[in-house]
Write a protein that binds this ligand. Structure first.
Ligand SMILES: Cc1cc2nc3c(=O)[nH]c(=O)nc-3n(C[C@H](O)[C@H](O)[C@H](O)COP(=O)(O)O)c2cc1C
Length: 239
């Protein structure tokens, strides 16, 4: 049986994926001893595993990493292709502001909030490469009003600027309401719109849009933390 190959950015996920019958390539930042233990555990589960060192905060490392992965897969599996890429790299600094060094802060920002010198050029390159691949859709997120872009970022409408270059079906995302959804779909670039906040606050959002009904006001205070309150108890239209 052809087994599926996953490339993962470390974490407990490696073991869980191996338990589900996947062969794994994963990365670690500096702890080779722990990475080797994970490889041994995956092998004991009857799956293949290999760990590569990669510092994801420096994109200059990515080409060499891709060459390593492609070379390994070609040599051992007969093809450079893999089935899943799970990009779950993350870093946290658990200390007070006064304990945090500039280097540690920069390293965290470089993983989580990369600021590009040339975002239009970088994403255009990415899109051109994605256009060569065969898959169903791209979800294209507009810039968030909550996270203003750096001053050198273009001010163009992202859906128009990038969307026109994308070959796959586009799902546009971020900050849409009914009117802006209809206006976006009328443009014809995005075929679908996805919702986060409004759907959390309105479990019957499609029906409300259809009936032009009022929407529940999202409560941001219950949204990014806490338990089920604020996720399962917004009223339906007929409640
Ligand atoms: C409660 C909540 C949690 C979210 N968590 C994540 C997340 O972990 N990763 C991510 O990429 N986006 C996350 N998002 C962003 C959504 O995926 C989506 O892009 C966004 O909500 C769309 O904008 P909208 O909420 O205005 O519709 C989150 C959004 C909300 C409301």
């Amino acid at each position: 049986m052809l087994q599926e190959v996953a490339v993962v950015w470390a974490g407990d996920m490696v073991i869980n994926l191996a338990k589900k019958g996947n062969n794994i390539i994963f990365t670690y930042h500096s702890n080779k001893v722990e990475a080797d233990k994970v490889v041994t555990e995956v092998l004991s589960l009857g799956q293949k595993a290999i760990a590569y060192q990669l510092d994801v905060s420096n994109i200059k490392n990515f080409d060499a990493f891709l060459d390593q992965v492609s070379g390994h897969l070609t040599q051992h599996e007969g093809s450079p292709n893999f089935d899943f890429l799970i990009n779950n790299a993350g870093a946290g600094i658990y200390g007070s502001v006064s304990e945090t060094t500039e280097e540690a802060f920069d390293a965290m920002m470089n993983v989580h909030f990369m600021i590009l010198d040339d975002p239009a050029g970088t994403y255009t390159y990415l899109i051109e490469e994605l256009n060569k691949l065969d898959f169903a859709y791209v979800e294209l997120m507009r810039r968030s009003p909550y996270f203003p872009s750096p001053a050198h970022y273009p001010k163009d409408d992202e859906i128009e600027f990038f969307g026109r270059k994308i070959r796959q079906t586009i799902i546009a995302n971020a900050g849409y309401d009914k009117d802006s959804t209809e206006a976006e779909l009328d443009k014809g670039i995005a075929k679908l719109i996805s919702f986060g906040t409004l759907f959390i606050a309105n479990p019957d959002l499609p029906q409300r849009f259809e009936k032009n009904a009022a929407l529940n006001e999202p409560d941001k205070a219950t949204m990014f933390s806490g338990a089920e309150h604020g996720y399962i108890d917004y009223p339906l239209l007929n409640d």
